[in-house]
Write a protein that binds this ligand. Structure first.
Ligand code: AKG
Length: 234
């Protein structure tokens, strides 16, 4: 009989820390996600008021703002950064497909125009942190195959821990003669590149998990070339 009590006590002592640990982890996760989702709610009214058009779905809206940047600013950014382009990298290596992302990338540096553009994007999105903007350049046949910008902590733990990419802010810097559309296959949306046009979307769902509907791709250029700015907000 005494043994049963001792056994029961051991089980109890082992269970208590597990239960407490689980509650702490659950709460921590929820506080973290609630903050991001709260930030989303702060940016959305402003985006809605500025948008030329809202595409996508109710849960996964894509905000389009035409003429977000002037022709002069677009041309200046291209001129300042086109000599600094290097092959684009992937946050998750995909060794089975070396042609997954074939564009070139240059990171924003210091210039009045680049600082102005960065601030213009930061003035719209409410977030604790954001990454330095980049430009991407695509030549004929170059593309970025379907992917998500947000990280799934199961597969992209290293990048997720550095900062979840909650918002994507993309701006087309030129018109493309043919091809180069940004395509969202799950939302059946095709966005045509247009100089100065901003395209903005949130990569997480209402629980703060990766929104799989935000799968998107930069389609191959058929004629001409494409320059875009991308900036991610955490
Ligand atoms: O080039 C595009 O239209 C899409 C770019 C893109 O998918 C990205 O930078 O994450």
């Amino acid at each position: 009989m005494k043994n049963i009590y001792i056994f029961g006590l051991i089980i109890l002592l082992l269970t208590i820390p597990i239960v407490i640990g689980t509650i702490i982890l659950y709460k921590k996760k929820n506080v973290f996600y609630t903050q991001e989702v709260a930030d989303r709610k702060l940016s959305e009214p402003f985006l809605k008021s500025m948008a030329t058009e809202i595409r996508g779905s109710l849960g996964s809206p894509i905000y389009i703002i035409d003429n977000f940047l002037s022709i002069d600013i677009c041309n200046n950014i291209i001129d300042e950064l086109k000599t600094k382009l290097k092959p684009s990298t992937l946050t998750r290596e995909n060794p089975t497909d070396p042609y997954f992302r074939t564009s070139s990338t240059a990171i924003f540096s210091n210039s009045k125009t680049q600082e102005f553009v960065n601030k213009k994007m930061e003035d719209i999105i409410v977030a604790k942190k954001s990454e330095i903007p980049q430009i991407q350049h695509y030549d004929v046949s170059q593309e970025f195959k379907p992917h998500w910008d947000g990280f799934d902590p199961k597969y992209d733990k290293k990048f997720y821990d550095r900062g979840q990419r909650s918002w994507t802010f993309m701006i087309y810097l030129n018109n493309v003669e043919e091809g180069g559309e940004t395509y969202f296959p799950k939302l059946y949306e095709t966005i045509i590149p247009k100089m100065g046009r901003a395209v903005i979307w949130y990569n997480l769902d209402k629980n703060g998990d990766l929104d799989r509907n935000t799968l998107h791709q930069g389609k191959p250029i058929i004629k001409g070339e494409k320059y875009i700015i991308t900036k991610w907000f955490n």
